[in-house]
Ligand binder design. Structure first.
Ligand code: FES
Ligand code: FES
Length: 164
């Protein structure tokens, strides 16, 4: 019969902290995180980058969307240790015409979903797949606006994509 000695316990299950470096908005940040810490919590709780919002914390609302190596990801469903060495853009690092577009189109009310909406829209544009309004609506369907500004958000994005 095999009996596991304490030295055979997987170190990850003991929660051994890992040192990682995240390149966020052009600056390198080295931090020590436990393996279960989400990228969202690393941004908000370890680095005080609170522009990225926690809505559901379950991958259902899109409020936590950031760009990782140019691609949009849900930071609540991403472990920080998985992104060691990655280039991350949060809303604090965004300087994009879409932001003015959101203002012009009245595309936010409380603004809680807005950082995720803008990061997601930039990622979607970089993907280059969605072209029509319907396709854009579909591609943005993972970002929910509890204030009901969805139509204005799509208006702002369509304008940002060059469709008036
Ligand atoms: S907080 Fe991540 S999807 Fe809702
Ligand atoms: S503006 Fe309030 S949730 Fe979207």
């Amino acid at each position: 019969m095999l009996i596991a000695s304490p030295t055979q316990v997987n170190p990850v299950s003991k929660g051994t902290p890992k040192t990682i470096t995240l390149h966020i908005n052009g600056a390198a940040h080295t931090l020590e995180v436990l393996p279960y810490v989400s990228l969202l919590d690393a941004l908000r709780e370890y680095l005080d980058l609170t522009g990225t919002k926690k809505g559901c914390d379950h991958g259902q609302c899109g409020a936590c969307t950031v760009l990782c190596d140019g691609k949009r990801v849900l930071s609540c469903l991403t472990l920080a240790v998985m992104k060691d060495g990655a280039e991350i853009t949060t809303i604090e690092g965004v300087d994009h015409p879409l932001q003015q577009g959101f203002i012009d189109h009245d595309a936010f009310q409380c603004g809680y979903c807005t950082p995720g909406q803008i990061c997601s829209a930039i990622g979607m544009m970089q993907e280059g797949k969605a072209k029509t309004r319907l396709e854009v609506q579909d591609a943005m369907s993972g970002n929910l606006c509890r204030c009901g500004a969805n139509m204005q958000i799509i208006d702002a994005i369509m304008e940002g994509m060059g469709h008036e």
